[in-house]
Design a binder for this molecule. Structure first.
Ligand code: NAD
Ligand code: MG
Length: 386
C-alpha cells in the first residue's frame, strides 16, 4: 500500500475548504492533512484542527493567534500573519488553494515554486498573476489541477485529444440568479437577491461574481491561462441545469462534455486524486430523472461585465490584475451597500478606462498593480457615492 498523500488546505474554513475536508475525510487511507489555514475564523479552524490533527495551522489575522492557540490540540504549531499561509504551502504533496480573492497569490506562488501539485480553486491568483504564475509553473514537479468545475470539466475532456486537435473550449454558465432579466429589470436588485444562487452554494464574493457574469469572464481568462488556448477559441454558453460543466470541440467536429450533478466535491476530489479518480460518487446523475438540458447565448446587454472582463484578458499584461482588483473593490462596495448592483459594471468600466499597462515581471510588480488599482477604483467608488 502506498503512503497517504499529504494535503495542505489553505482557506479551510470557506465553502471550498470545508468541502475539501469532507472529501479527505471520506478517503482517510488516501489523504493526510498536514496543514490548515484561514483568515480569521478561529472557532471553525480550531475545530478542524482537533478533527484532522495537522502538525501546523495558519492564521492570516495575527491578532487572533492567541485565541487559536487555546483551541488547537497541545503540540500543534500555530503560525500567524500574512506570510504564514505561503510558508504552509510548500510542504505538502498537494496544496488546496481555497482562499478567496487576490490574497491567494502567495499560496499559488509558494506551492508551485516548491514543485507541488496545486489544486486551484483560487482563480484570482492565476488571473491576476498570469505571467508570473506561468513562469513558476515550470518548476520541476509543479502542476496546476483546477478545482473550478468548468476547468475541471475541460481538464477531463482534454484528455481525449492532443492540443493541436482542439478547436474550441466551451465554458458553460448557469446565468446566475438574474438570468432572463433585462437591464432595466436589474436596476433594483438587492444584496440578498444577488446572494441567492439557483444551483451552487458558494462564498459571497463568487456568488456576486456569478450574478454579474464577472465570474464567467474570469473563467475565460482562467481557461486561457490553464490550457493555452487563445481567446478567439473560448466560448461561453448559458446552460440552465448546471449539469454539463463545460465542453471541448475537436477539429473533426466531435464534442466532449463532462456531466455530473452540481457538486464541488467532485472537482475537489478530481484534483486531489489526479491522475486517478476519487472513489466517492459525488454528483452522480440519475439519468431516469435528469430530463432536459437547455443551452442559450449569454445576454451581453444585461450583463456587460462578461465582455469587460474578457477584454481585459485579451489585453493581457497587467490588465487582468487591474480588472480583478477593480472587481474585488466593486463587489466589496456592493456588499457594504455603498453602490447598487448595476454599479459594479459601471465601476469596472471606469476602472478599465483608467488602466495603465505595466510590466508584470515579478510577484512584487503584480502586488503593485493590484495595490494601485485598488486605490484608483476606491476613488471611483467614492465619486459615485458622493
Ligand atoms: P469563502 O468566502 O467561502 O472562503 C474563503 C476562505 O478564504 C476562508 O477560509 C477564509 O478564511 C479564507 N481567506 C479569506 N481571506 C483571506 C486572506 N486574506 N488570507 C488568507 N485566507 C483568507 O470562499 P469560497 O466560495 O470557498 O471560494 C474560494 C475560492 O474558490 C474563490 O477563489 C472562488 O472563486 C473559488 N471557487 C469557489 C467555488 C464554490 O463553490 N464556492 C466554486 C468555484 C471556484
Ligand atoms: Mg466555476
Amino acid at each position: 500500500m502506498t503512503a497517504p498523500a499529504t494535503v495542505a488546505v489553505i482557506g479551510s474554513t470557506g465553502s471550498i475548504g470545508t468541502q475539501a475536508l469532507e472529501v479527505i475525510e471520506g478517503e482517510p487511507e488516501r489523504y493526510r492533512v498536514v496543514a490548515l489555514a484561514a483568515s480569521s475564523s478561529v472557532e471553525l479552524l480550531g475545530e478542524q484542527a482537533r478533527r484532522f490533527r495537522p502538525p501546523v495551522v495558519g492564521l492570516a489575522d495575527a491578532s487572533r493567534a492567541a485565541e487559536l492557540e487555546a483551541l488547537v490540540p497541545a503540540g500543534t504549531e500555530v503560525v500567524a500573519g500574512p506570510g504564514a499561509l505561503a510558508a504552509l504551502s510548500s510542504e505538502a504533496d498537494v496544496v488546496v488553494n481555497a482562499v478567496v480573492g487576490f490574497a491567494g497569490l502567495p499560496v499559488t506562488l509558494a506551492a508551485l515554486g516548491a514543485g507541488r501539485r496545486l489544486a486551484l480553486a483560487n482563480k484570482e491568483s492565476l488571473i491576476a498573476g498570469g505571467p508570473v504564475v506561468q513562469r513558476v509553473r515550470n518548476t520541476a514537479g509543479a502542476e496546476i489541477i483546477p478545482v473550478d468545475s468548468e476547468h475541471c470539466a475541460l481538464h477531463q475532456c482534454l484528455r481525449a485529444g492532443g492540443a493541436d486537435e482542439v478547436s474550441r473550449l466551451v465554458l458553460t454558465a448557469s446565468g446566475g440568479p438574474f438570468r432572463g432579466r433585462s437591464a432595466s429589470e436589474l436596476a433594483g436588485v438587492t444584496v440578498e437577491d444577488a446572494l441567492d444562487h439557483p444551483t451552487w452554494s458558494m462564498g459571497p464574493k463568487i456568488t456576486v461574481d456569478s450574478s454579474t457574469l464577472v465570474n464567467k469572464g474570469l473563467e475565460v481568462i482562467e481557461a486561457h491561462e490553464l490550457f493555452g488556448v487563445d481567446y478567439d477559441r473560448i466560448e461561453v454558453v448559458v446552460h440552465l441545469q448546471s449539469v454539463v460543466h463545460s465542453m471541448v470541440d475537436f477539429v473533426d467536429g466531435a464534442t466532449l462534455a463532462q456531466l455530473s450533478m452540481p457538486d464541488m466535491r467532485l472537482p475537489i476530489g478530481y484534483a486531489l486524486a489526479w491522475p486517478r479518480r476519487g472513489r466517492q460518487p459525488f454528483g452522480a446523475i440519475d439519468w431516469t430523472s435528469l430530463g432536459r438540458l437547455d443551452f442559450e447565448p449569454p445576454d451581453l446587454d444585461a450583463f456587460p461585465c462578461l465582455d469587460l472582463v474578457r477584454a481585459a484578458g485579451r489585453l493581457g499584461g497587467s490588465a487582468p490584475a487591474w480588472c480583478n482588483a477593480a472587481n474585488e473593490v466593486a463587489v466589496a462596495a456592493f456588499l457594504a451597500g455603498r453602490i447598487p448592483w448595476s454599479g459594479i459594471a459601471e465601476v469596472l468600466k471606469a476602472a478599465m478606462d483608467g488602466h495603465d499597462g505595466r510590466e508584470m515581471d515579478s510577484a512584487e510588480a503584480v502586488v503593485d498593480v493590484d495595490r494601485r488599482a485598488r486605490l484608483h477604483v476606491e476613488r471611483i467608488v467614492e465619486r459615485s457615492t458622493a
